[in-house]
Each structure stands twice: as C-alpha cells, then as structure tokens.
Design a protein around this ligand. Structure first.
Ligand code: 5GP
Ligand code: ZN
Length: 123
C-alpha cells in the first residue's frame, strides 16, 4: 500500500505546485495555486488546487473547511479576473470530479472553473 508521501512524489499537480513542471499560473498563496488547464474546454478554463496533496474530495475532513472555503470564495473573483463575464448573463461552471465514476483523471484535488462565451468544446 502506498503512502500519501509516495503518491505525492508521483503526482503531476504536486510537481506543478513545487515548480518542477511548468504551468501558466494565475494565482498563488501559501496554500493554494491556480493555473490554466492544459486542455481547455472553453475560452476560460483554469484549476485551483490545494498545494498540499489531497487526492480528492473523498479525503476532505472538517479540518479542511477553511481551505475549501478559501478556494470556493477565490473562484468567482478569479473567474472574472480571467475572462469570465458577470452573472447572470455570463457566469461559469465550477466542477470537482471525484473518483473514477466522477471522471477524475488527476488524483490531486482540483476545482475546475470553466467559462467564457459559448460555444465550448465540451459541456
Ligand atoms: P480531471 O479529469 O481529473 O477532473 O481533470 C484533470 C484536468 O487536468 C484536465 O482538464 C487536464 O486537461 C488537466 N491537466 C492534466 N495534466 C495537466 C498538466 O500537466 N498541466 C495542466 N495545466 N493541466 C493538466
Ligand atoms: Zn499531489
């Protein structure tokens, strides 16, 4: 059985958070990183991640409430700053895929923020 530390050593988003793999960053603080998705679905598509390796929403505990609250309150602000148009005529989609049935491909918790004028490639 592999530990969280082993998982993190091979995790692409941990490597992005540590600067080992480049990404187009749009936000950074001590515990959160925002960067543009490499394969955008829409004119605006970025990801927000905790820098700490948390595999998915399935591992979130009450101790993570403040972190998740910060991520969710950053999302609307960063959406507008990065090209999404204001609610209600504009707006965006916030998605957290979780596990295989949820369509999660990268096992490091990430929040998708997807928006901009339609049509989009997907969704
Ligand atoms: P998931 O399907 O796990 O919810 O979404 C993973 C997302 O990460 C996908 O939209 C994919 O395009 C994006 N992604 C995967 N690898 C990289 C990468 O190396 N850099 C960036 N910027 N995005 C990535
Ligand atoms: Zn990770």
């Amino acid at each position: 059985m592999s530990s969280d530390r082993d998982a993190a050593a091979h995790c692409i988003f941990c490597k992005i958070a540590e600067g080992e793999i480049p990404a187009k960053k749009l936000y950074e603080d001590e515990e959160i990183l925002g960067f543009h998705d490499i394969a955008p679905w829409a004119p605006v598509h970025f990801l927000l991640i905790p820098k700490r390796h948390i595999p998915s929403m399935a591992q979130i505990t009450p101790a993570d409430a403040a972190l998740m609250g910060r991520i969710m309150t950053l999302a609307p602000k960063l959406a507008l700053e990065n090209g999404c148009q204001p609610y209600p005529d504009g707006g965006y989609r916030i998605v957290i895929n979780t596990g295989k049935h949820g369509g999660q491909e990268v096992e490091h918790l990430h929040i998708h923020v997807i928006g901009g004028p339609r049509p989009w490639k997907h969704g």
